[in-house]
Design a protein around this ligand. Sequence first.
Ligand code: UD1
Length: 418
Amino acid sequence: MDRIIISGGTALRGTVRVSGSKNAALPILMTALLTDEPITLRNIPRLRDVATALKLLAGLGVQSRWQGEEELWLHCPALVQDEAPYDLVKTMRASFLVLGPLLARAGHARVSTPGGCAIGARPVNLHIAGIRALGARVRLRHGYVEAHCERLAGGRVWLDAPSVGATENVMMAAVLARGTTTIENAAREPEVQDLARMLNAMGGRVRGAGSHVVEIEGVERLRGVAHEVIPDRIEAGSFMIAAAITGGDILVERAPFEHLEAVIAKLEECGAVVRREGGGLRVSRRAALLPVEVRTLPYPGFPTDLQAQMMALLTQARGTSVITETIFESRFSHALELIRMGADIVIKGATAVVRGPSRLSGAPVMASDLRASMGLILAGLAAENTTELSRVYHLDRGYEAIEKKLGALGASIERVDR
Ligand code: UD1
């Protein structure tokens, strides 16, 4: 089992390049199921979640090959299967995103429900309500969602919560449906917008992505295209916080500043200096960190996927910070590990009160989910002595070559296999 060993205390300096967005790439990979023509995707990060998605797609009949480091070619001449098995869905919840495309292309799908997850219940009821509204017959049997339809028909979908995954699944189901679908209270995340761009390039008719109402006029068929995935705003935000927590100076190349407004605002409030430079953002900090209040919200609010990293940062701020997590009910597992490193954090329901600055000391810590892992690495960078992070497979799901990227910025970080 790999571990990551970090010796803290170095201010990170230099330039780092942001990879393609994991959360944009995953749904866009699934669009290969919607056409019998090949598609080419650029800026695809080399991550464990991408490998899992390719394995899932291969089982369904999608051929794929890498063309160079970041370009993927995919082709699904015909579906050979309609099932997403439990083994894959349980390791990556985004596997559930094949439901919409399979229904649209084949008229039937059998997709395992994801089950529990370290950060909360994460049900799929909204995905199911969405495809039902398009005329699919759905039943739950043996832990699987079984769905059938003749051809889906456009309908009105009201999402109780602006779920990113449900919005994407319904968009991919509706794009080949007869008639027009309206998704109300849709998720507005940049990754939803990137999926809409891909579907439109393929010949789909999607309007309003990025707003609360997405309208999809169904078309008869979609064609193969080339598409470049947007840069990863969460990876970018993580490097920005790395600059702030270590008192360093990092140019985050290709940081998508238009998708990071809430994050930039909070970092500036904390005392970091954030400047646009070239196509990216330079983040530095000289003064002491100031405490802030952070509330995670759907986009364009502060992203829940940067909450753990922000908590690590606020352990170093002078005063009391308050973090409220409104998206996932139990996404504070990293707090317990941060406390073991010497942080002063009190959790009450969905709120964490962080008192700082704490002198963090390195400790063996365990990652419980992807973003929690990054929070612990950031804490390790600010801590005295050595921090040893286990369960690194969580980190590998979503951060490309992280020890190399942080190492190039001057961090003392290595991966060991023991
Ligand atoms: C996506 C991201 C994830 C991010 C999350 C919130 C991907 C691959 N993952 O996850 O990194 O943390 O958005 O920004 O893009 N909900 C329901 N019923 C449903 C679906 C969701 O109640 O059917 C609830 C969830 O429990 C959660 C909220 O809606 O409380 C938001 O979840 P959602 O936006 O669906 O997250 P994901 O798409 O799973």
